[in-house]
Design a protein around this ligand. Structure first.
Ligand SMILES: Nc1nc2c(c(=O)[nH]1)N[C@H]1C(S)=C(S)[C@@H](COP(=O)(O)O)O[C@H]1N2
Ligand SMILES: [Mo]
Length: 322
């Protein structure tokens, strides 16, 4: 047992979060960012107007379920799930569902560029209709030691890679979220140079499990889950799953994601799930199932090792575990 391990056990759950790390350091410096995050009455009005717009892809749901990916636990209740999100563009609490309704998801343009045969820009509805949607049930494990099970709809990341036709020199995919400080007040806070970015290696992105999500629970994605397009990589800690993506760049250099940029000692590039390697401030041995409170042992690669372990076999020198 190392020192880091023992230190982590002492912390109460409410302190065991990236959020705590960021905001305990910065909140002393500014009250302005907190103010900018408070939803007002005007926002509530606009929210209800926006909620009435029909989704142009609604006819594609529910998508046919791919039965390859089965669960060992019930799907997390949709309402519970929809009020337990991390989407700092709309606030740092878990319940950002109401302010996140300010996100405008049409028109929404997705750029595919970098080391590709031909850079492209296309509307989200175009992109979604070029792909084949399916439903998959996935378990997700947050670095904060809680987990959820979700029925996502979307398409394999591999379909997007094939569509993009990357050059042989491409080694990573760098994904970027929208940037609009008026629409997303959280982006006014200065603790990170927005927009949020995240990266995967080509091998990770092309793996069967890597999934680009457009819907959940049999309908188009709720905004707080990162509509209209987000990533789901269930063998990794949740913070790798970037939301509301506007750009996929195929690049040679390893991208530095938001959490890695903030605290590389705690949130590394790879961030695969491993119950035997504690976070510097807490154990990763077990997880709490959100919605039921049940605790279960956490599994290596979150139980998805048969799909992904091969990707990492020649990378022993890298820090693969968060
Ligand atoms: N754009 C954006 N993407 C993001 C985040 C964010 O704040 N902004 N939070 C990340 C974190 S820390 C987690 S754990 C997951 C949470 O996904 P969920 O809300 O669907 O559970 O989204 C990730 N993607
Ligand atoms: Mo997270």
């Amino acid at each position: 047992m190392n020192i880091i391990h023992r230190r982590g056990w002492d912390l109460p759950q409410r302190l065991a979060s990236p959020e705590h790390l960021v905001f305990s350091r910065r909140s002393v410096l500014t009250g302005a960012s907190a103010l900018a995050l408070a939803p007002g009455a005007a926002m509530a009005q606009r929210v209800s107007d926006l909620a009435k717009l029909p989704d142009p892809t609604a006819d594609l749901y529910p998508a046919k379920r791919n039965e390859t990916y089965t669960l060992d636990r019930p799907i997390t209740d949709e309402t519970v799930n929809g009020h337990y999100n991390n989407f700092y563009e709309y606030g740092t609490s878990k319940d950002i569902a109401a302010p996140a309704q300010e996100l405008r998801i049409r028109p929404w343009t997705v750029k595919i560029d970098g080391l590709v045969e031909k850079p492209m820009e296309l509307g989200i509805d175009d992109l979604i209709r070029k792909m084949t949607l399916e439903e998959r049930t996935y378990r997700h494990r947050c670095v904060e030691a809680w987990s959820m099970a979700i029925a996502w709809s979307g398409f394999p990341f591999k379909q997007l890679v094939d569509f993009a036709r990357p050059l042989g020199s491409a080694k990573y995919v760098r994904m970027t979220t929208f940037l609009d400080k008026a629409m997303a007040p959280g982006q006014n806070s200065f603790w990170y140079p927005w927009p949020y970015i995240e990266g995967l290696t080509m091998a990770e992105a092309s793996n069967d499990l890597a999934f680009l999500v457009t819907g959940a629970y049999g309908h188009p994605l709720a905004k707080q889950h990162g509509a209209p397009l987000r990533l789901a990589v269930p063998w990794k800690y949740g913070f790798k799953s970037i939301k509301s993506i506007v750009q996929f760049s195929f690049v040679e250099q390893r991208p530095k994601g938001l959490w890695e940029a903030l605290q590389p000692s705690e949130y590394g590039f790879w961030a695969n799930v491993n119950p035997a390697v504690p976070h510097p401030r807490w154990s990763q041995a077990t997880e709490e199932l959100i919605g039921t409170g049940e605790r279960r042992p956490t599994l290596l690669f979150n139980g998805y090792g048969e799909y992904v372990a091969d990707i990492y076999k020649d990378l022993q020198k890298e820090r693969l575990w968060a």
